[in-house]
Write a protein that binds this ligand. Structure first.
Ligand code: QUE
Length: 343
């Protein structure tokens, strides 16, 4: 790891995590995960630390996801260890004994959602762009998405997980990703006030919080719920195909670019996640991702969208109706090797 991919410092009463990997939109490396975990474990026992804050270097991204670019060349053993350590960090954040405050001031996708959404306070600015875009690279929404997305209003989480739709500030607040909306221009002052420990966290955030405008996604809520509330993915597709609306047309066009296997896995993952604990949801994600080998759509998605950037993934199978149920069911079987340790 580059020493300054993540900078861990004390700021008054705060422990501060600074994501600082500008060349890759602060995408989370294995080394960054391990360094953040070690700092959190230390700060949880340090009575001089009242709360933890996680922030981004640069104006563009909080964290664009996992650093998946080199996954195929690094091989299965590396990928498996990466995911084990990342999911253990996600669980640590979810159960962190002190306030965990994310200042999200740009792109937050995939793994970036994993190091923010499970914390107690998620501050979003006017620059936030939230997405769970994994189906675009042949993967499924992970890092606890099987717990978080099904708990969003109606079928919005399933819609976001299948399509990878990007949300702005008001939408990120409406779906519950953000707990507070602050202006970028107020973040440094808010952090200083938190670091001073003079007022409580909620008092400080209330002083700076802004009221988001109307959320465009809520205007689509009825259409989303009607189409994505169908019992099977085939029924969802049929429902969209039978609808001539602009929403149905653009949604079908988006889904046509996604990995058919990833869509089918995501549909089942989100539906099963509804009635599972966070831990059992993450275990289900682990069972799936542990089977993403060099022949999988995930390897092809990384090639097409991240490395070569031709944006022309050749999915196998290429059509949803060729994804068979037995193949899908196998991804949900317990993974090989030692059980996932989330402690
Ligand atoms: C879907 C994704 C990711 C993505 C693009 C998608 C993702 C991810 C990155 C990414 C972006 C910039 C980088 C990098 C990775 O892109 O998870 O290393 O420099 O991490 O369409 O899920």
């Amino acid at each position: 790891m580059q020493q300054n991919d993540v900078v861990l410092t004390r700021k008054g009463r705060l422990g501060e995590i600074l994501l600082d990997r500008l060349k890759a939109l602060n995408a989370l490396t294995h080394g960054m995960s391990l360094a953040i975990e070690a700092a959190l474990r230390e700060w949880s026992r340090d009575s001089g630390v009242d709360a933890v804050i996680i922030r981004q270097a640069g104006e563009r991204a909080f964290c664009a996801g996992g650093d998946v670019r080199q996954f195929p060349e690094k091989g299965a053993a590396f990928m498996h260890q990466y995911w084990r350590d990342e999911y253990r960090l996600n669980a640590l954040i979810r159960h962190f004994p002190k306030p965990y405050i994310a200042f999200v001031d740009g792109i937050v996708m995939g793994g970036g959602v994993g190091v923010s959404v499970h914390g107690s306070h998620r501050i979003v600015t006017e620059h936030v762009v939230f997405a769970m875009p994994e189906t675009a690279i042949g993967l499924v929404p992970d890092v606890g998405a099987s717990y978080v997305l099904p708990r969003m209003p109606g079928e919005i989480g399933l819609f976001l997980g299948l399509t990878g739709t990007r949300l702005g500030t008001a939408d990120a607040m409406a779906v519950g990703f953000g707990t507070h909306h602050l202006r970028r221009a107020d973040l440094d002052r808010a952090e200083e006030a938190l670091a001073s420990g003079k007022d409580g966290i909620d008092a400080v955030l209330d002083r700076y919080r802004q009221v988001p405008g109307p959320a465009p996604i809520l205007a689509q809520r009825a259409e989303i719920d009607r189409h994505f509330g169908q019992p099977t993915l085939r029924d969802v597709m049929r429902s969209l195909e039978e609808d001539a609306s602009e929403f149905a047309k653009t949604t079908l066009a988006t889904l046509a670019n996604r990995s058919p296997t990833a869509l089918a896995l995501t549909f089942r993952l989100m539906r099963e996640g509804r009635r599972k604990s966070f831990e059992d949801g993450v275990r289900m994600e682990w069972n799936i991702v542990s089977r993403m080998d060099e022949h999988s759509d995930f390897a092809e998605g990384i090639r097409a969208l991240i490395v070569e950037k031709d944006n022309k993934p050749r999915w196998n199978p290429a059509r949803l109706d060729a994804v068979d149920d037995e193949t899908l069911a196998r991804y949900f079987e317990p993974a090989a090797g030692p059980p996932l340790d989330l402690n």
